[in-house]
Write a protein that binds this ligand. Structure first.
Ligand code: CP
Length: 306
């Protein structure tokens, strides 16, 4: 039985197969419509979510399976003090696979140790968000045709943005990927990723504060929201929240084929006037999230589709 805690839990070859499967699901959805009949997915969300929870649920329903779960700690027995370890033992009796989001880093890992069903980390604190990374990789590969030989700008809250941490770990496995880390000083990438991942693996990267100084070089711009829920005080959040606003003027500085990604939700960091720009692919990205989660469920449940 396999779990997914980090994108590195899949080898590059396994990841390629998963992305191929997701592309086939996109092209031939009816082939997969009954492949999980009789199977149940539990979504255990101790933190708010729109895309991750609902795309997991849509994925399982698209596969002919069914779903159960909770969408806040308050509506589960966590509110009465039940531990994650006890909860997963119970859920293992009710479902075949589960996706867990939790504010505490490592909570899904703790669950996986007590689980008798596959556990998928659907975001743990500021740590990792591996299924967002799978979504990002599928988006990039489908729209750019490759996962190597590009310059990517990661912009915004690089300190608390778990999607960025997971994406960097996944992308360093591909050749000639250059990173430009664009953030205010206070929201720079944590040392464990800058030194422990980028420097340790001799990756080409540099840090910038101004988006305008990086955008002309980029093949991909990955915008992120300032993570209000991880700030210790509201004043700091208010000071930081509008540090970056991608608008039409800044898009004029970018390459004609640069893609703009964002894990969403967006607050102010991308002006809505950018939404109609053909380079803005963040809504398409959310759709890819359903295909890749379908592929992940099939892979972890070891369902063969003829
Ligand atoms: N991208 C993402 O994780 O969105 P949600 O918080 O809405 O799930």
């Amino acid at each position: 039985m396999r779990h997914l805690m980090s994108p590195l839990d899949l080898s590059v070859e396994e990841l390629d197969r998963l992305l191929d499967l997701a592309n086939d699901i996109e092209a031939n959805p009816s082939r997969y419509a009954h492949s999980c009949e009789g199977k149940k997915l539990a979504t255990l969300f101790y933190e708010p979510s729109t895309r991750t929870r609902l795309s997991f649920e849509a994925a399982m329903l698209n596969l002919g399976g069914s779903v159960l779960g909770f969408s806040s700690a308050d509506s589960s027995s966590a509110a009465k003090g039940e531990s994650v370890s006890d909860t997963i033992r119970i859920i293992s009796c009710y479902a075949d696979i589960c996706a867990m989001r939790h504010p505490k880093e490592g909570a899904p890992l703790v669950a996986s140790m007590k689980s008798s069903i596959p556990v998928i980390n659907a975001g743990d604190g500021g740590h990792q968000h591996p299924t967002q990374t799978l979504t990002d990789l599928l988006t990039i590969r489908s729209l750019k045709g490759r996962l190597d030989n590009f310059t990517i700008g990661l912009c915004g809250d690089l300190k608390f943005g778990r999607t960025v941490h997971s994406l960097i770990q996944a992308l360093i496995r591909y050749p000639n990927v250059r990173f430009i880390l664009i953030s205010p000083e206070e929201l720079r990438l944590p040392d464990n990723i800058r030194d422990g991942v980028l420097r340790k693996n001799n990756q080409d990267f540099r840090e910038e504060v101004r988006l305008e100084d990086a955008i002309p070089e980029l093949d991909l711009l990955y915008m992120t929201r300032v993570q209000r829920e991880r700030f210790f005080n509201e004043e700091d959040y208010i000071r930081m929240k509008d540090f970056y606003i991608l608008d039409r003027e800044k898009m004029k500085l970018a390459k004609e084929d640069m893609l703009v990604l964002h894990p969403l939700p967006r607050v102010n960091e991308i002006s809505t006037e950018v939404d109609d720009d053909p380079r803005a692919v963040y809504f398409k990205q959310a759709q890819y999230g359903v295909y890749v989660r379908m592929a992940l469920i099939l892979t972890l449940l070891e369902v063969e589709v003829c």
